[in-house]
Write a protein that binds this ligand. Structure first.
Ligand SMILES: NC(=O)c1ccc[n+]([C@@H]2O[C@H](COP(=O)([O-])OP(=O)(O)OC[C@H]3O[C@@H](n4cnc5c(N)ncnc54)[C@H](OP(=O)(O)O)[C@@H]3O)[C@@H](O)[C@H]2O)c1
Length: 264
């Protein structure tokens, strides 16, 4: 993998050290250490903007480099926020401690793995699955005040359940859900989508950063984009912080408000 932006001082050598992904994707410490949430999304899209390959899943858009970054972003995060459809479709499993990161996390008083936090209104989740029964840190379920009481009781037996939103809210209030995570000290928030959930975070102006892999594929068709749903009142502009490349795949890190080195 090579860094395109910020432009390296010396050209990358084929035998030289790889890009320092921990440094490239470090959370802004001035935000997260002050107890404020930083919401980062990690998504992959084809060259023509599809967020799903022909089988409806995202794996067909990925690459080895994308998977390495996926692992690093998880290892740096306190919590992985994900929509229930992605959990169901992609068969989410509980994260396992990564030996390259778990000791440092624990030395810093953090759990060895990030918490998985699932947003679901229906609570139609398989509560007997390893994601709930074998999680190193109990999986969180974020739902709304209109959740079915029987399913809510079932969820509470195996998960850390948060009801986010005032009575009358349909499903979870996305902003209240993020605030509930930050209130637990989980300020490094990574969302892995899907597009419906990410669309709400964008519409509410709560997305601070987008890590976007662009794969060199033209899929055509009518697949959804990486956001699918509402829109913010004013389009949100982002600054390009870092751009990496491997095998024709581009790995862009866009942030808002922090002027990234690439944005100059
Ligand atoms: N390209 C990528 O990077 C990428 C990333 C992730 C996923 N994907 C793909 O996208 C597909 C799924 O995406 P999607 O957009 O259909 O779904 P999604 O955002 O993963 O999940 C939607 C579901 O999340 C729950 N949800 C979302 N917002 C909620 C709220 N405010 N309150 C309560 N529940 C809420 C609901 O679950 P209930 O139905 O349980 O109520 C809703 O049906 C997957 O097949 C996956 O392959 C692609």
């Amino acid at each position: 993998m090579r860094r395109l932006l910020p432009a390296p001082e010396t050209p990358a050598s084929p035998t030289g050290p790889d890009v320092d992904l921990d440094a490239a994707y470090a959370y802004p410490t001035e935000v997260v250490d002050a107890g404020r949430a930083w919401v980062r999304a990690n998504m992959v899209a084809s060259l023509d903007g599809a967020a799903q390959a022909g089988d409806g899943l995202s794996a067909g858009l990925s690459s080895p480099g994308d998977k390495r970054i996926f692992g690093v972003l998880r290892a740096l995060a306190d919590v992985v926020l994900v929509g229930a459809s992605t959990v169901r479709n992609e068969g989410y499993r509980p994260p396992r401690p990564n030996p390259a990161y778990a000791p440092a996390r624990e030395a810093a008083g953090r759990p060895p793995v990030p918490v998985i936090a699932i947003v679901s209104r229906s609570l139609e989740l398989d509560f007997s699955a390893p994601l709930f029964t074998e999680a190193v840190v109990p999986t969180v379920v974020l739902t709304g005040p209109d959740a079915d009481p029987d399913r809510l009781a079932r969820a509470r037996k195996v998960a850390d359940v948060v009801v986010a939103g005032e009575p009358g809210t349909q499903g979870a209030d996305p902003g209240a859900a993020l605030d509930a995570l930050a209130a637990r000290g989980w300020t490094r928030i990574l969302t892995e989508g899907g597009p419906y959930l990410l669309g709400q975070l964008v519409a509410e102006g709560r997305l601070d950063e987008l890590c976007l892999t662009i794969g060199p594929l033209l899929l055509g068709g009518a697949a959804t984009r990486i956001t699918n749903g509402g829109a913010p009142e004013v389009p949100q502009s982002m600054n390009l912080h870092t751009l990496l490349e491997e095998d024709g795949f581009l790995f862009a890190r866009y942030v808002r408000s922090l002027a990234g080195p690439a944005a100059g």
